[in-house]
Design a protein around this ligand. Structure first.
Ligand SMILES: Cc1cc2nc3c(=O)[nH]c(=O)nc-3n(C[C@H](O)[C@H](O)[C@H](O)COP(=O)(O)O)c2cc1C
Length: 382
C-alpha cells in the first residue's frame, strides 16, 4: 500500500495510459492537467462532434472511459481514484464549436489517495481479478468479421453495473437492418457526413495519420479503395459534390428502410457476432444519490451528464471484460443517432419511456490476430 502523495511522474503515467481509452471517431476530446495531487480534465471543443454528437453523449462516455482507465492504472500503483464531477460538465452547450480546451473550465477532477488494497477496482471488490494496465493498452475495436461467443456477455456480475444500467441483447437480423438504416442516416445528413470524412485518414501521407481519427487499416478498408477515397476526405472541391450526391441516394434508402418492418426475431446463426445495448433507466438513475430526475430532463442525452460519465466507465469495463476473453468490440452508435433506427431499436427491445439507449456494440472473436492499433496524440512522434 502506498502512503505517499502521487508523484507527477505517476500522474503523467496515468495520463498516458488513459489516452488509450476509446473515443468517437478517435477524436480524443480530453485535455488533462496535473493539479495538486491529482488531475483535472477539460474538453477540447475542436475535438467534439457538433453534427454527429450534438448532445455530447459520446464525448462524455469517452471521458468516462478515460476515468476508468486512469482508475485502473492508479489501483495498480496502490491508489484509489476519487472523481469529483464539476459544474462545467453540465454546461457543455456553452462550449465553442472549435478551438482548444479552456483549462479554467475542467469538467472533472481526479484525486488519488492511498488505497487500502492495491487492487481497489470494482472487479476486485467482487473478489475477481482486476483489469490491468495491459488490458487498457491492448484493448482494441475491430470493424471486420467477428465470430460471436454468446456466453461472454451472460454473466456480468463482476462488473458491478449500477442498478440503473443494464446490458440488453439485440438479435443479428435486426442489427443488420438497423445498422444499414443508421448508416443511411449518416450519409444523408451533409453536416454529419462531412464531419465523419474530416476524421478519416485513408492515406499514410495524411498529416494526422499517426495522431488521431480513423485510418484505413482501422476501418479494414482494402488499400486500393482507401487510396481512391483518400482525396475525397481532404479536398473540399471533391468532398462537397460527393456528399451532395450521396445525400439524396442515402435519404431514399433511409426512406425505404424506415418503412420496412424488422424480420421476426429468430435465434442467431451459429458464429454470428453478438450485439449489445447499454440501457440506462432515467427514473432509476434519478433516485440514487448522484443527481435528480430534473437534471436528467434538462440533459439532451436523456440521463444527466454525470450519469452519462458513469455509463462511460461501465462501457469501458464491458469492453475490457470482452478483451479479457479474447473478444473484440465493434461499436454502432449509428443505431442511436438515427431517429428511425433508434425508434425501431426501442421497439425491438421493448424499452420503456424512461429507458435510454446509450451505446450499441457488436462483439466477437476477430477473424485476424492482427487487429490494427489506433493512433493517439500521445504516441511518440514518427
Ligand atoms: C462512446 C463511443 C462511441 C463510439 N461509436 C463508434 C461507432 O459508432 N462506430 C465505430 O466504428 N466506432 C465507434 N467508437 C469507437 C472509436 O472509433 C474507437 O474507440 C477509436 O477509433 C479508437 O480506437 P480503439 O478503440 O481501437 O483504440 C466509439 C467509441 C466510443 C467511446
Amino acid at each position: 500500500m502506498s502512503t505517499e502523495k502521487p508523484s507527477s511522474e505517476l500522474l503523467n503515467e496515468l495520463i498516458l495510459l488513459a489516452s488509450r481509452s476509446p473515443s468517437p471517431h478517435n477524436t480524443q476530446p480530453w485535455s488533462p492537467r496535473i493539479v495538486d495531487g491529482g488531475i483535472e480534465v477539460s474538453i477540447v471543443p475542436g475535438r467534439t462532434l457538433p453534427a454527429g454528437d450534438p448532445t455530447f453523449r459520446d464525448v462524455i462516455m469517452a471521458l468516462g472511459a478515460w476515468i476508468e482507465s486512469c482508475a485502473i492504472g492508479a489501483a495498480e500503483k496502490g491508489y484509489a481514484a476519487d472523481v469529483e464531477v464539476l459544474p462545467a460538465l453540465s454546461e457543455l452547450d456553452s462550449l465553442p464549436i472549435a478551438g482548444p480546451a479552456d483549462a479554467t473550465r475542467p469538467v472533472f477532477r481526479i484525486t488519488l489517495s492511498p488505497s487500502a488494497t492495491a487492487t481497489d477496482t470494482p472487479a476486485s471488490a467482487a473478489g475477481l481479478l482486476p483489469f490491468t494496465t495491459d488490458d487498457v493498452r491492448e484493448r482494441r475495436v475491430y470493424r471486420g468479421t467477428l465470430v460471436g461467443k454468446p456466453e461472454v456477455f451472460v454473466h456480468l456480475d463482476s462488473l458491478q453495473l449500477p442498478a440503473w444500467l443494464r446490458v440488453r441483447s439485440l438479435d443479428d437480423a435486426a442489427m443488420k437492418q438497423l445498422s444499414t438504416l443508421g448508416i443511411a442516416f449518416t450519409a444523408s445528413r451533409a453536416t454529419v457526413a462531412n464531419e465523419l470524412l474530416h476524421w478519416l485518414r485513408l492515406d499514410p501521407r495524411h498529416p494526422r495519420y499517426h495522431r488521431d481519427g480513423m485510418t484505413d487499416s482501422m476501418l479494414v478498408m482494402p488499400r486500393p479503395l482507401a487510396r481512391i477515397a483518400a482525396p475525397f476526405t481532404r479536398r473540399a472541391r471533391l468532398r462537397d459534390p460527393l456528399v451532395a450526391v450521396a445525400g439524396p441516394v442515402a435519404r431514399f434508402l433511409e426512406g425505404l428502410g424506415r418503412d420496412a418492418s424488422l424480420p421476426s426475431a429468430v435465434a442467431d446463426e451459429k458464429g454470428a457476432p453478438t450485439h449489445h445495448v447499454l440501457v440506462a433507466n432515467s427514473r432509476a438513475a434519478g433516485i440514487d444519490d448522484i443527481l435528480s430526475i430534473t437534471e436528467a430532463m434538462d440533459s439532451r442525452i436523456g440521463v444527466s451528464e454525470p450519469h452519462a460519465l458513469e455509463a462511460g466507465r461501465v462501457l469501458q469495463r464491458l469492453w475490457l471484460h470482452a478483451h479479457r476473453q479474447g473478444i473484440a468490440i465493434s461499436p454502432h452508435s449509428e443505431l442511436i443517432d438515427s431517429p428511425a433506427a433508434h425508434g425501431a431499436l426501442r421497439k425491438r427491445l421493448g424499452l420503456a419511456r424512461s429507458d435510454v439507449a446509450l451505446s450499441v456494440f457488436s462483439a466477437g472473436v476477430a477473424e485476424t490476430q492482427h487487429v490494427p492499433r489506433s493512433p493517439r496524440l500521445t504516441d511518440p512522434a514518427r
